[in-house]
Structures are given as structure tokens and as C-alpha cells.
Design a protein around this ligand. Structure first.
Ligand SMILES: Cc1ncc(COP(=O)(O)O)c(C=O)c1O
Length: 449
């Protein structure tokens, strides 16, 4: 079980690959190097190994416990195509996705492609689906790195479907995506001579933490079908929905996809298992031409045999995932969220968060007297000078200055310290909070019980 504990521990680290919440004060002890898969080979063996001590232990464990055959796995040629991983792993992924996406019928291994992370799936898909200069619609604010993902190889552009905080017309919540807004953005792109080839949906959404209802999903997919657009659905936070009441549904759970040949669904272990460093991403598409073309890029985006082997073991361990990992992970996310949300309320800061993902989308507009992006950047810089790293809205193409993304999936004492520093910045204090004893001892979960 030791390695599994480490997966839970590492959960808090994955988000910090993109957003480091707190920069530890000088002189604080270094964060112990851990790897999510330390002792991964324990899985199923029933043997108790000593606690992991770092990458060296992990590598020697892998060497001992990993079947030699997996070291020889490499891109393999089937009848007509190059595929990046053996059928066994794709079957495992298909079973995993069928179960967790709650698909009405079992998903097929033939429709699964595995590459090294969701970023690679974005790059590969965009390159395969578009000609140079063509575009995808994407509701903004969105996880900004996608701009690079689709541009890097394919030179594909993004057309933002700008959402705003004001609830107007038929909207029921801030930053709500509607078919009308999609239609307007598409028309706008067409009138500028931009060829739109598809739509990107992130569900649960980053940075909003929002989720789409099944009816909304259906409407967006119908919109895409009407305009013959491909839809890339990024469900990388699918298992990080910690409020059950929000009723998250994967697009693969829908009874009927309006246009299955143009619907492509992505998932990865980066977020839900806190393993962004391991690089494991999946694509599910019923379009065989697309699957074959994307899979052929595995020459450059494939997984090592070691990772394939370890991931197959992890994905099939349904008992541990259901009974140990997910309940604990959700409880920790919920506790951390409750703590940060409480602190923001105490500061009188409005925020959005619907119980999914690792972040809160906070409205700091009252701290920008002129409401400019320049001020937003200056405020972000002040946070940084106070050793707390949050992300400003401009990085997500948000059109309203003053929104910030705060990642809360971190250890209690770091969240506590981070919130103290946030408070100091917002109250205009000049000193930087160092780690006080109170922050090191109490877990937010305990305090909110
Ligand atoms: C919405 C979203 N998609 C994709 C990614 C990238 O995932 P990966 O690490 O698997 O490339 C991220 C990472 O932050 C993300 O937030």
C-alpha cells in the first residue's frame, strides 16, 4: 500500500507543475523527492516493501519487479498502422474509461490511442484534423497552454468564445457557455476569413472549475454537428469532481453522440492521479482514420514499456481506486477547497468554484482601481514578491482584468501560509509571512469538522 499512499501525496504536487502555490521561505526543509509510482510494482504482489525513499528506490524497484518483456515494448506495426502500445493496455484503458465515464455500452480498445500526456494528444489531434492556419473555437477563459499545444506542430489557431462574469439574458451563472455565444464566435471567425475546423471543450473546466450539464453537452455537440465541426473534449479532471451533488457526466456517458466520427475525448493520469510527470494520456475516438493518424505520431509521443506496464496495473486496480484512492483524494480536495473558500469569504472576495478540479476562480477586481490588465499584472507581481504564486486571468485569455486562479490542491500548512500571504498583499502589508507553527500543525480538514 505504500506506493498508493505516495500517489495520494503526489496529488498535491501535480497542479504545481503549472502553478506553484507557495514558495517555501528560505531555510525551510526541502520537499522530499517522491515519485507517484514509487513501489508501484507492489501492486498485486502482496509483498510489503520498505517505504519509498526517492527516485533511486523507485528505479531499482522497477528494475526488479517489471517483467523484462515490457522493456522491449515499442511502437508496433499492426495490419496497416503503427500503434503506440500493445492491445492489452488499450483494452485496459477501454475498460477503465467504460467504467469511470459510465458509457452506456463498453468502449472499444480499437478506438483508444495512448500518447505521453494530454498535451501530446492536443498537438497530435490538431495536426491531424487541421491544415496550417485553420482554427478551433475554445470558450475563454481556458487553460492557456492549449494555445501552444495546437500551434506547435500544426500551426493551428484558437478562436476564443469570450465569456464574461455578468449573468445576462438566458444565462444562469457567470462565464456560462451557450450555443448562441458559439454561433456568434463562429460567425465572427468566418467573417474574418478564418476557417474553423472544430471546437474544444474542457469538462470539468480549467480555470473555472465549472462543469457542463448533459443537456449543455448535447447542445454543444449538436451545434458542432450542424457546422460539421470536430469536437475535442478534454476530460483530464474527470475523476477530480469532489462534490457529488454537481452531477458530472462524461461526454462518453451520453446515450447518443450526435456526431461520433467527429467527437474525440481525451483523458490523462496527470491530474486525477497526480502523475503529470509520468506522461500518460489517452484519446478515445470512433473515427478510425483519426485514431490511426494520431497513433502514427507515437514514434515521437510514445510511452516506455515500463510506463505501459505500470499504468496497466494501476488502471485495473479498481478496488483500490474505488475504495481507497478516490474517496481519500476527494475528501482531501474538498477539505482544502473548504478551507481556501472560507478564507476568501472572510476577505470578502467573490469566487467561482463548483466542486471540481484543483482551483478557485477568484474575483479580485476590487483591487484594480482602473480595471486594467497592467494593474492585474502588477497585483500578480506583488503576490510573487510575497512568495505566493497564483495565475492571472490574462494567462487564460480572460477578457475581464482582475480574475485570478488559485490552486488549492496542496498541503494544509502551505495553504495556510499561502492564504496569509494573500491577505498581506491585499491588505497592503509589506512583510512576508513566514511559516508560523499554527500553519504546520492543523490540517484544514480537522478544523472544519
Ligand atoms: C485542462 C487541461 N488539459 C490538459 C492539460 C495537460 O495535461 P498533461 O499533463 O497530461 O499533458 C492540463 C494541465 O494542466 C489541463 O489543465
Amino acid at each position: 500500500m505504500v506506493w498508493k499512499e505516495n500517489v495520494l501525496e503526489s496529488q498535491t504536487r501535480s497542479c504545481r507543475s503549472s502553478t506553484e502555490w507557495v514558495i517555501p521561505p528560505p531555510g525551510s526543509p526541502p520537499i522530499a523527492p517522491t515519485c507517484p509510482l514509487e513501489e508501484a510494482s507492489l501492486n498485486g504482489s502482496g509483498t510489503q516493501l520498505r517505504p519509498a525513499t526517492g527516485p533511486t528506490t523507485w528505479m531499482s524497484t522497477m528494475r526488479i519487479r517489471t517483467p523484462v518483456a515490457s522493456l522491449t515494448w515499442a511502437p508496433v506495426r499492426t495490419n496497416s498502422a503503427l500503434t503506440c502500445c500493445p492491445r492489452g493496455l488499450r483494452e485496459e484503458v477501454a475498460r477503465f474509461l467504460s467504467f469511470y465515464c459510465k458509457s452506456p455500452v463498453p468502449l472499444q480498445a480499437e478506438n483508444v490511442v495512448v500518447l505521453n500526456g494530454c498535451a501530446s494528444v492536443f498537438s497530435a489531434l490538431a495536426t491531424v484534423l487541421c491544415e496550417v492556419g485553420e482554427a478551433f473555437l475554445i470558450p475563454a477563459p481556458y487553460y492557456g497552454a492549449i494555445t501552444q499545444h495546437v500551434c506547435l506542430y500544426g500551426n493551428v489557431r484558437l478562436v476564443s468564445v469570450y465569456l464574461d462574469s455578468e449573468v445576462t439574458g438566458p444565462d444562469t451563472r457567470p462565464f456560462q457557455l451557450t450555443v448562441e455565444k458559439l454561433e456568434m464566435a463562429l460567425q465572427g471567425a468566418n467573417s474574418q476569413g478564418i476557417k474553423v475546423k472544430g471546437l474544444i471543450l474542457i469538462n470539468p473546466q480549467n480555470p473555472l472549475g465549472d462543469i457542463y450539464s448533459p443537456a449543455e453537452l448535447q447542445n454543444f455537440l449538436e451545434f458542432a454537428k450542424r457546422h460539421e465541426l470536430h469536437v475535442m473534449v478534454d476530460e483530464v479532471y474527470m475523476l477530480s469532481v469532489f462534490e457529488e451533488s454537481v452531477g458530472y457526466r462524461s461526454v462518453l456517458s451520453l446515450e447518443r453522440l450526435p456526431d461520433p466520427q467527429r467527437t474525440h475525448v481525451m483523458w490523462a493520469t496527470s491530474k486525477d492521479f497526480g502523475m503529470s510527470g509520468l506522461r500518460f494520456g489517452t484519446l478515445y475516438t470512433e473515427n478510425r482514420d483519426v485514431a490511426t493518424a494520431v497513433a502514427s505520431l507515437c514514434r515521437y509521443h510514445g510511452l516506455s514499456g515500463l510506463v505501459q506496464h505500470q499504468m496497466a496495473q494501476l488502471l485495473r486496480d479498481r478496488d483500490w481506486i474505488n475504495q481507497v484512492y478516490l474517496p481519500e483524494n476527494h475528501a482531501r480536495l474538498k477539505a482544502a477547497h473548504t478551507y481556501v473558500a472560507g478564507e476568501l469569504r472572510a476577505l470578502g472576495i467573490p469566487f467561482l468554484s463548483r466542486g471540481a478540479g484543483f482551483f478557485i476562480w477568484a474575483d479580485l477586481r476590487k483591487y484594480l482601481p482602473e480595471g486594467s490588465f497592467e494593474e492585474e499584472r502588477r497585483l500578480w507581481r506583488r503576490f510573487l514578491d510575497h512568495k505566493v504564486l497564483v495565475s492571472f486571468g490574462k494567462a487564460f485569455e480572460c477578457k475581464e482584468p482582475g480574475w485570478f486562479r488559485l490552486v488549492f490542491s496542496d498541503k494544509a500548512h502551505r495553504l495556510c501560509l499561502g492564504m496569509q500571504r494573500v491577505r498581506q498583499v491585499l491588505e497592503g502589508k509589506s512583510q512576508v509571512a513566514e511559516d508560523p507553527p499554527a500553519c504546520q500543525t492543523q490540517e484544514p480538514r480537522d478544523r472544519h469538522r
